[in-house]
Design a protein around this ligand. Structure first.
Ligand code: NI
Length: 226
């Protein structure tokens, strides 16, 4: 499942992020590239240990922690602290797959990457190219979202960012270990939950069938989680 969640941040909030990001010290993205990525990665990143990265990253995590659609779609167990990148002047990232297991910085804790996330901080009109292309079972999907919007996709997918030939593309990216490892189970739980939410709006939270469906949802989650 490839899922777009719109307006995680509104335009005023995006502006504040951009004020910080535009005056930040960017580093060569190759510094954090593994052997597979070093030849195909051409972008800039913020130092993951910098105070700015941590402050902005925490803002993102705080927002996502209160976002019903994200909570339902990701069923997050652990989230990698968000990082920030910047593509310009032909910057790109060739086709690759994200590492399956990562160490969470400043800890010995491992995270299995189930979902990859990109949160856009540039408007699509601000740059040419810079399309996130994700290979799915239904063919390649092209993603170029409004500032403040985010895409979630399975980390097992091959993906690339096409060259940015004009302007700059700034975004945050991170990974999620989900409580439900299997993509099709997680996807069914998400669809199920969305329908229950709709029915709750129509029938009320006390409707016996809504209650029964909610109980089935939770019991499925209980059998599939962790
Ligand atoms: Ni990637």
């Amino acid at each position: 499942m490839l899922l777009v969640i719109e307006q995680i941040f509104d335009c005023n909030e995006v502006r504040v992020f951009r004020e910080h990001l535009d005056s930040a010290q960017w580093q060569d993205g190759k510094l954090t590239a593994g052997t597979q990525a070093i030849n195909i990665k051409r972008n800039q990143q913020l130092d993951g240990n910098s105070e700015l990265t941590q402050t902005l990253g925490n803002e993102i995590l705080k927002r996502l922690g209160q976002h019903p659609q994200f909570i339902s779609a990701a069923l997050a167990d652990k989230i990698y602290p968000p990082k920030f990148n910047n593509y310009h002047d032909g910057g790109c990232y060739g086709t690759h797959v994200d590492s399956a297991v990562m160490t969470i910085p400043s800890s010995n804790e491992l995270l299995r990457t189930d979902l990859s996330a990109t949160l856009f901080f540039s408007e699509p009109d601000d740059y040419d190219g810079g399309v996130l292309t994700i290979e799915t079972e239904f063919g390649a999907q092209e993603v170029k979202l409004n500032a403040g919007d985010m895409v979630l996709y399975p980390s097992s997918s091959l993906h690339q960012v096409t060259p940015v030939t004009k302007g700059q593309r700034v975004s945050a990216f991170f990974w999620i270990q989900s409580m439900v490892r299997d993509h099709s189970q997680r996807s069914m739980l998400y669809d199920f939950d969305q329908s229950i939410q709709q029915l709750t709006t129509k029938l009320g939270v006390d409707d016996p069938d809504v209650l029964r469906l909610s109980s089935i949802y939770h019991n499925l989650l209980r059998s599939w989680a962790l």
